[in-house]
Design a protein around this ligand. Structure first.
Ligand SMILES: Nc1ncnc2c1ncn2[C@@H]1O[C@H](COP(=O)(O)OP(=O)(O)O)[C@@H](O)[C@H]1O
Ligand SMILES: [Mg+2]
Length: 397
């Protein structure tokens, strides 16, 4: 087992700055996900950790040993790292066992170690099959077994599930977490997929504009994002301008509880407030009283396991998105009552009210129907911010 420490890591290609001061701490035996949109430098970071790429500045320490800084560059083969590249990249002319055993000393290539590894990844007895005879998921398992073969102290996985379909992806997530835990390796996995990062990792580091914007446990990241951009990147978000009065945020949805954070704000402070769609409760318009507010349904999106209902409140001046499980009797045009459950997260508004964030409620997963997100540093890539309605799995790899 080993820990990883990255300090002030910089890497440019020509005058294109990709990493601009990355700080990362990966605890012994943990699985850390680095989450960032396409082109944010995830692969570059992994390649620097692995030693395939040299940093321009900064320091990488693996297992207490400096492997990269201004003077030192430990070559990849001396870093005891297992690397699972983005597309698995199996050797097509070698069968599964040959791929798994590739990095092992010759005498071990046909032995029990390879069989054990195939068993570990659920491919017992499949060693004679060639990559083209394996499904996408099986190929990824072989790539993982190959990365683990030499008993690396650190495993790096580059979007290991991106080429798999949704069902297989969910299955593989569980399997990979299990395999990594059984092998007791420290792992860093990079992904653009919020669900993947949140469901799999012990810790998630959000990569934005060449730096780690926030590093936290999945629950903390989701409930206490450092700013609106992180909030919308890790999930759907309603963001409102508000003013603090008597320890509550006065929002278009009425006064909302700031929880323990209320003491951080002064009377009259302008803030931005995060309301997750699952905090929004809808009820029939008739028969519900304050603190419910009236609104009209303007859009319903059905996703199977849940449904997102957009409601216009305050004569259409604000809109709010509610996530409902178990279906809902409401359709576009219906009047509903609305309230917010539980405390909300708030950030001080830096330059007074009228921030570009207010009203944004679409993370990149469902970008397209929120406000234009030109200010959103996570949607530098034009294609990403123009994902049409629906539920694409993510903003691209
Ligand atoms: N070897 C390289 N030469 C020039 N530019 C590169 C090279 N590798 C990556 N880049 C650029 O660096 C940026 C980050 O790339 P990458 O690390 O692959 O991002 P991600 O994995 O997050 O999608 C991209 O704009 C990419 O074009
Ligand atoms: Mg990449």
């Amino acid at each position: 087992m080993t820990s990883v420490v990255v300090r002030d890591l910089h890497k440019s290609f020509g005058d294109h700055r990709v990493l601009a001061g990355v700080e990362l701490d990966v605890a012994d035996g943990s699985l850390t996900a680095v989450l960032g949109p396409s082109g944010s430098g995830k692969t570059t970071l992994l390649r620097v950790l692995a030693g395939f790429e040299r940093a321009d500045r900064g320091c990488v320490e693996i297992g207490g040993q400096i492997v990269e800084d201004g003077r030192v560059h430990v070559p990849p083969e001396a870093r005891r790292i297992g690397y699972v590249p983005q597309e698995g990249a199996l050797f097509p002319h070698l069968d599964a066992a040959g791929n798994v055993g590739f990095g092992l000393p010759r005498r071990e290539r046909k032995g029990k170690r390879v069989e054990d590894l195939l068993e570990l990844v659920g491919l017992e007895g499949e060693g004679r099959r060639y990559p083209h005879q394996l499904s996408g998921g099986q190929q990824q398992r072989v790539a993982l077994a190959r990365a683990l073969a030499t008993r690396p102290s650190l495993v790096l996985l580059d979007e290991p599930f991106s080429s798999l379909d949704a069902a297989l992806r969910a299955e593989m997530r569980g399997d990979i977490a299990r395999v990594l835990a059984e092998a007791r390796t420290t792992a860093v996995l990079v992904t653009h997929d919020q669900d993947e990062a949140l469901s799999l990792a012990d810790r998630v580091a959000v990569l934005r504009e060449g730096r780690v914007a926030q590093s936290a446990g999945p629950e903390e990241l989701y409930s206490r994002p450092v700013d609106p951009a992180v909030a919308t990147f890790v999930g759907d978000a309603n963001i409102f301008e508000a003013t603090v009065r008597s320890g509550q945020a006065q929002t278009p949805l009425g006064p909302l509880d700031l929880g323990r954070e209320s003491s951080l704000f002064g009377e009259g402070d302008p803030v931005l407030v995060l309301v997750r769609p699952e905090q929004v409760v809808l009820a029939n318009a008739n028969g519900s009283q304050a603190p419910y507010l009236r609104g009209r349904v303007s859009n319903c999106q059905f996703f199977g396991h849940d449904m997102l209902v957009t409601v216009l409140v305050d004569k259409g001046a604000s809109r709010v998105q509610a996530r409902l499980t178990g279906g809902a009797p409401w359709r576009v045009g219906h009047l509903v009552s609305i309230k917010v459950a539980g405390p909300v997260r708030a950030w001080p508004t830096r330059e007074g009210p009228s921030s570009d964030w207010a009203g944004t409620f679409q993370g990149p997963r469902r970008a397209g129907s929120g406000k234009p997100s030109s200010e959103n540093p996570f949607s530098r890539n034009k294609q990403e911010s123009q994902v049409p309605h629906g539920r694409p799995s993510g903003p691209g790899s």
